[in-house]
Design a protein around this ligand. Structure first.
Ligand code: NDP
Length: 478
C-alpha cells in the first residue's frame, strides 16, 4: 500500500476523497506515494485559514519572520541530499541536479530571512510646509501560488519565501505531477514555526484547485509559473477581478555562437543549456544561432559531445540526463522532432533509449538545417531538443535572436568584447548570458523575462518585494 500524503490546511493534515499516484518517470513501477487531490471546498477552507492568519502574521515582527524562514533554510540545507534524491525520483532530473535545486531552495529561504529584517521605508520632506511624508511597504494579504512540475521545490521556495518574509499568508498549489517535494517543503516550514494558516498546501488539479484560487475574492494576488496558455487565461481573470498577478511562462531562448567563440566553451554552454535537466527548463537554449565560419565545426563538436552523454535512471550516479517527466511530455517532444523533420530539418539523436527500468528515456536531439520561421524555432518544446539556425554574421544573429514572441533568457558565445557588450544591450530578454549557459541563475538577483515570457514584477532577489508588498504614503503634520 503506497504511503498517503494529505493536504496541509490551517495547521492540520487533511485528506481528500480523491488521491493521485506520484510515479517515478525513471521507473514506472515505482510509486512514491498517493497524494491528496483536493476539491474546491477544501481549497476554500485553506484560503479562509490564510485570510484569518493574516490578521496576526501581517503584524508579526521581522524577527519572528526571520526565525521561521532561517530555520526553514537550515533544514533544507541539512537535508538536501535526501530531498534531492526525492526530487530526482519524482521529476526525473539527476540526483546532482536535485540536490542542487534543494540547496538553492535553502539559500532562497536564508536570503529572504534577511530581507524580512531589511524592510525599510522612506521619510521624504513634503513640498508643503509643516508636513512630513512617509513611504512604507505593507503585505498584500493571501497569495495563491500555482507552480509547475519542472522545479518542484525551487519554484515553490522562491514564491513562498518572499511572500512570508513580507508578512503575507500563502495557499500553495503545486503541480499535480510532482507534489512530494512541495509536501516536504511545507512540512519543514510548519516545523520551523509558521503559525497555523500562514502556509497552506492544497494539492490537486489546476482545473479544480487552481481555478478556485483564481476565483476566490479572498485571494489578493496570484503568482504563477507554467505554460503561456494557462498563464494568460489566469491573468485575464485576475485583471478582471482586480487581483495582483505575476506570470513566468515559456521561452524559446537563443544562444548565439559567433565565429570568434572559444569552441569548447560554446559547446559546453550549449550542451548544458539545451540538454541538462532533460531540457525541461524555461531558460533552456532551444535555438542555437551559429555564424557561418564556425557552424560546421560547432555542429560536429556538439554531436561528438552528445554521444558521450549517459541517458538513464535519474538516481544512478553515472546519469547525465534523466527521463522526460511523463508520457504526455514525451509525446510532445517526439511530435516536435517529427514536425522539424517534416519541415526539412536534419535530426541527430532524438530516439528513445532503452533503460534498465521502464521509463521515459529520450536521447537529446540536435536539429540542423533549420530556419527561424519553422515551428521548431517558434514554439516551446520543453524537452532535450535544440535546433541550429545558421546566420551570416553578428547582425543577422542578433536579429534572429530577437525574432521570437518570447524573451526570457538569451546567450552569446564570443571572445569579442564589442559584440558581447552590444548583445547585452540590444537582445530583447530579461536575462543575458555571456559565454555561459542560458539556464542556471543565482538566487539573490531578479529572475524574469520580457515579451510573451513574463508578466508583472520580477521574481527573486530584493526585486521580489515589488510583487509581494503594497506601498503606503502617509502625510504627517508636525
Ligand atoms: P500548465 O501551465 O498547465 O501548469 C502549470 C500549473 O498551472 C500547474 O500547477 C497546473 O496544475 C496549473 N493549472 C493548470 N490549469 C489551470 C487552471 N485552469 N487554473 C489554474 N491553474 C491551472 O503547464 P503543464 O504543467 O501542463 O505543462 C504544459 C507545458 O507548459 C509544458 O509542456 C511546457 O511547454 C510548459 N511549461 C513551461 C514552464 C516554464 O517554466 N516556462 C513550466 C512548466 C511547463 P496541474 O498540475 O493540475 O496541471
Amino acid at each position: 500500500m503506497p504511503q498517503q500524503f494529505a493536504n496541509f490546511i490551517n495547521g492540520e493534515w487533511v485528506e481528500s476523497p480523491e488521491v493521485s499516484p506520484n510515479i517515478n518517470p525513471s521507473n514506472l513501477d515505482d510509486v512514491i506515494g498517493e497524494f491528496a487531490r483536493a476539491d474546491a471546498e477544501q481549497t476554500q477552507r485553506a484560503i479562509r485559514a490564510a485570510a484569518d492568519a493574516f490578521a496576526t502574521w501581517s503584524l508579526s515582527t521581522p524577527q519572528q519572520r526571520f526565525d521561521v524562514l532561517d530555520r526553514t533554510g537550515s533544514a533544507l540545507l541539512e537535508r538536501k541530499e535526501e530531498l534531492g534524491r526525492l526530487l530526482a525520483r519524482e521529476e526525473g532530473k539527476t540526483v546532482a541536479e536535485g540536490i542542487g535545486e534543494v540547496g538553492r531552495a535553502g539559500q532562497i529561504f536564508k536570503f529572504f530571512a534577511g530581507e524580512a529584517l531589511r524592510i525599510g521605508g522612506e521619510i521624504v520632506p513634503s513640498v508643503r510646509p509643516g508636513l512630513t511624508v512617509e513611504v512604507t511597504r505593507e503585505p498584500l494579504g493571501v497569495i495563491g501560488l500555482i507552480t509547475p512540475w519542472n522545479f518542484p521545490i525551487a519554484i515553490p521556495a522562491w514564491k513562498i519565501a518572499p511572500a512570508l518574509a513580507y508578512g503575507n499568508c500563502v495557499v500553495l498549489k503545486p503541480a499535480d505531477l510532482v507534489p512530494a517535494s512541495a509536501w516536504e517543503l511545507v512540512k519543514i516550514i510548519a516545523q520551523a514555526g509558521a503559525p497555523h494558516g500562514v502556509i497552506n498546501l492544497v494539492m490537486g488539479r489546476g482545473t479544480v484547485v487552481g481555478e478556485a484560487l483564481v476565483a476566490s475574492p479572498l485571494v489578493n494576488a496570484i503568482s504563477f509559473t507554467g505554460s503561456v496558455a494557462t498563464g494568460r487565461a489566469i491573468a485575464a481573470r485576475c485583471v478582471a477581478s482586480g487581483k495582483k498577478v505575476q506570470l513566468e511562462m515559456g521561452g524559446k531562448n537563443p544562444m548565439v555562437v559567433l565565429d570568434d567563440a572559444d569552441l569548447d566553451v560554446a559547446v559546453e554552454a550549449c550542451i548544458n543549456g539545451a540538454f541538462f535537466s532533460t531540457g525541461q527548463r524555461c531558460t533552456a537554449s532551444s535555438r542555437l544561432i551559429v555564424t557561418e565560419g564556425i557552424h560546421d565545426r560547432f555542429v560536429e563538436a556538439m554531436k561528438a559531445r552528445m554521444v558521450t552523454l549517459k541517458i538513464g535512471d535519474a538516481l544512478a550516479a553515472e546519469t547525465h540526463i534523466g527521463p522526460v517527466v511523463d508520457a504526455k511530455q514525451l509525446q510532445q517532444d517526439e511530435d516536435y522532432i517529427r514536425i522539424a523533420r517534416e519541415e526539412g530539418g536534419e535530426v541527430f539523436g532524438g530516439e528513445r533509449v532503452p533503460g534498465a527500468s521502464k521509463g521515459y528515456f529520450l536521447a537529446p536531439a540536435l536539429i540542423t538545417g533549420t530556419n527561424n520561421a519553422m515551428r521548431i524555432n517558434r514554439e516551446e518544446v520543453f524537452g532535450p531538443v535544440a535546433s541550429v539556425v545558421k546566420a551570416k554574421d553578428y547582425d543577422e544573429a542578433l536579429a534572429l535572436a530577437n525574432d521570437t514572441e518570447f524573451g526570457l533568457s538569451a546567450g552569446i558565445c564570443t571572445t569579442s568584447l564589442r559584440h558581447a557588450t552590444h548583445f547585452k544591450r540590444h537582445v530583447q530578454a530579461g536575462m543575458v548570458m555571456v559565454n555561459v549557459a542560458t539556464a542556471g541563475v543565482d538566487y539573490h538577483v531578479p529572475f524574469g523575462g520580457r515579451k510573451g515570457s513574463s508578466y508583472g514584477p520580477r521574481e527573486q532577489g530584493s526585486y521580489a518585494r515589488e510583487f509581494y508588498t503594497i506601498v503606503k504614503t502617509a502625510y504627517v503634520a508636525s
